[in-house]
Design a protein around this ligand. Structure first.
Ligand code: ZN
Length: 270
């Protein structure tokens, strides 16, 4: 009799163990919402600098304004993800959680390290910086030649490595920042393909994203980017993105030096 009780108890333990194992195998809860329909803001910055001689309010946001904007997002529970993480969600047909944003900085100015990086660290945010490979450690010669912007120092490899170690992602903004739609297609193809290969070697990390210089692309350029192995490419077209957005024409919210906090809040929240 006693033996039968022991056997029953043993059987019950085995059954409940199996039930637990089954529960553990159930798919883990995901944070996704609305089957990839959540609109994701990708903020676009260039220079974060207090120096007036570093350029006008089109491309230059002061560190004070940048900090106010990051503080605003932090206090409302916003979190950053990288572009790679965004595509991990979308590839599973899901959306990142609400209040997720992506922060991008184009051209790779040294001020990104000097002024933006300490603020990003303070709020625990990450960012993606688009580098112009041939001019890393040099100057924005593409602007100087066109006489459209002042002479500004770009990030050095040492600064890039330090930011990368923290978790800042570095991606391609081509080799020399040409207007891809107006240069010879063969040059455009080389700029797109070679910048990916060179950056990957130097960073020791995959380069999956391209930001088109001046935001310019067309069907042919987008085809080249896809063929070169990029997962996606970013334009400067205004708007947010969801799973159905053209992956080779992702939209961004350009933040300018004269974007005040009310404008900023409206851009991100609406
Ligand atoms: Zn640029």
């Amino acid at each position: 009799m006693a033996l039968r009780k022991v056997l029953w108890a043993a059987l019950l333990i085995v059954i409940s163990g199996l039930a637990l194992a089954k529960t553990a195998e159930a798919p883990a809860p995901v944070f996704s919402t609305a089957m990839g329909k959540e609109k994701i803001p990708i903020l676009m910055y260039h220079k974060v600098s207090p120096y007036i001689h570093h350029g006008g309010i089109g491309l230059r946001v002061t560190p004070d304004n940048f900090e106010c904007q990051m503080k605003y997002l932090y206090e409302r529970g916003y979190k950053t993800i990288t572009l790679n993480q965004l595509f991990d969600f979308w590839d599973r047909g899901e959306s990142p959680p609400p209040r997720t944003f992506i922060l991008t900085l184009d051209d790779g100015y040294e001020d990104n390290y000097l002024f933006a990086f300490p603020i990003l660290k303070k709020y625990g945010f990450t960012a993606t910086v688009f580098l112009v490979y041939d001019h890393i450690g040099g100057y924005n010669v593409w602007d100087i030649r066109r006489e459209t912007q002042p002479h500004i120092k770009l990030l050095s490899w040492q600064q890039i490595k330090e930011m990368q170690a923290y978790g800042i992602s570095f991606q391609s903004h081509t080799l020399s920042h040409p207007s891809l739609t107006t240069v010879d297609p063969q040059i455009a193809e080389t700029e797109i393909r070679l910048s990916k290969i060179q950056l990957e070697q130097a960073l020791g990390a995959p380069v999956n994203f391209l930001a088109y210089p001046y935001g310019r692309s067309n069907k042919n350029i987008e085809k080249m980017a896809r063929a070169a192995g990029y997962k996606a490419a970013l334009s400067t077209a205004f708007g947010k993105n969801d799973i159905n957005t053209n992956r080779f024409r992702l939209k961004r919210l350009g933040i300018r030096g004269n974007t005040d906090l009310d404008d900023f809040a409206r851009l991100v929240e609406r």
